[in-house]
Each structure stands twice: as C-alpha cells, then as structure tokens.
Design a protein around this ligand. Sequence first.
Ligand SMILES: [Zn+2]
Length: 327
Amino acid sequence: MQMARVVLFLLGLSFAVSAQSADTGTAHKAAATALLNSNNSGAARLACPATISAAPTPNPPGGGRGRGAAGPASVPARDTWYAEGGQVFDNLYLLTTKTNSAWAVNTSAGIILIDTLFGYAAQDEIVDGLKRVGLDPANIKYIVVSHAHGDHDGSVKFLQDTYNPRIIMGPKDWELAAREANPPRRDMDATDGQKLTLGDTTITIYITPGHTAGTLSVLVPVKDHGVPHLAMEWGGTALGANTSREMLQSYISNAGRFMDIAEGAGADVIIVNHTEYNDALARLERTKARKPGEPNPWVVGKAEVRTYLTVVQECAKSWLAIGDGRP
Ligand SMILES: [Zn+2]
C-alpha cells in the first residue's frame, strides 16, 4: 500500500513535469516569447511561427525572399530602403538598409565585410557608406557571406569585380549562389571554427546549418573606447513551414552548439543581419546620441547572448513540433 502510494506520487510528479515542459509548438513559442525583452525583441517574432495550427499555412522561409542578385527591374524606390549606417564600436561599422544589415570590421590591414545587402544597395550603402565613415572600400580584403540569399549576397559579385577581395562562404551556400542569375566567382570555402586573421584582428567562423545548408555564424572581437568586447552574429534566423525536418533539427542543434561556443568565448554583444531582429536602427540612433560615460547600447551582456540564441532555438523547436503534429 505504501509502495503503491509512492508510485502514484511519482507518476503524478512526472506528469506535472512533462506538462510543464510540453514538447508542443505552443509551449516552445511561449517559452521563446517569455524570454523576450528590449535586448532581443524581434527574435521570436521573426523565427517563431506567427500562428500555431495543426496544419500551418506554408510561409516562404526567410530564404525565399530576394534570392539572387537584384536585376534593374526589381530595384525598389530608394526611399523605401535607404537608411544611414554608422560607427558602433571603435572597429565596427553598421552598413544598413531599412531591413538588412552588413558589418565592416576595420583592422590594421584592411576591412573584413560581413554580408553585402541586396545588389541595388551596393553603391549607396556599402561603397558610399564606407566613405561616409572615413573608410576606403578599396581596402575590403575579405567578404564573409552569412548565407547565399540575395539580401546578404546580392552585392558580392559587384564588390568582387570592383575591389577583388577574397570571398568566404559555406561550401553548400556556394552551390546555392551558383544558381543565381549573375553569381560571384567561387572563392574560399569556410570551415567550421575557422580563424580569419587580418592585421590585428581575428574573427571566428562557424558553420551553423538550418536557415540554409551552409549558413555561417561569426564571433567578432570589438573595442569600445579601447575596452574589448566580443560580438556574436547568428547568420540565418527566419524559418518557415517549408523548412525541412532535417534543417530544423540542424538549426536546433547548431543553435545549442553556438550558444555554448559564444558563452565559452565570452560574447556579450549581439549583431544581426536583419535590422528587425535586434532593433538595429533604433539602437544605432541611441549610439549616435550617446554621451561620454554612457554605456554602449550594443553591449547587452553574456546572459543576453545566451537568451537570444535560446529564443531562436525555441522557435525552431516550435516549428518542428508543429510539423510532427504536436501543435
Ligand atoms: Zn536568408
């Protein structure tokens, strides 16, 4: 009798525990949403399913938009996309449209560019954007492409032809890029854990498949008035009902792996390649208005970096559960 009571108690306890952490789309989205705050607002909205239903309406994954270099016919009016970038750290500059961000890492031996925006923004945002902050686009030595979607690799061909930098992409994303209308010439394959050194700066590149099969995420050392920090970029965020089960599983495991890597390395800054994922434009305005002695708005702390990656991971778990019939 006593034993039966213990067994019933344990059964009840395990039921309560599993109910609390139910592996359903609803529960994972709720977990992601609960983690949102002003430092990572947007991450769940863009990576989590908009609505939870047993049979989700197919959504084009973030990848669907803007594939390939934009031809003249698809150039939108400038005032719909133009935004002014600016300096964020001593050695890091945001080059941005209203929706997409690229980053210039300035080193003692030239510039490492991370992503390139749509092709139509190459002149105004990359070339003129660098000049506006006092940098010379001819000093771009490397371009690291987070993934081969047009909103990130659209200007690669133009920059490659104009300034002849080395281009680094995930091997699988070189294959994706090769299908574009006017593809860049294949150059360097990224490797997982690759250290890319230019002058006094070494960034580290990780292959984190999920958004695409060769998505790259990076760690970038930065300085704020000489004080060192470490920036983390999760290279591909959005998911959709069309994202395969295999890619979702890869996304989940790589988000977890990169979470540990970023934490181990001491990352305390989140940078993004879509402005919405981290309120980048508002954060830039706060940076420009910053007074001496005030904190840098991009330094969010190590715990927030982990929280951000937990949010995107929970969103992927939400998509996976829905796909498996557990809304
Ligand atoms: Zn994409």
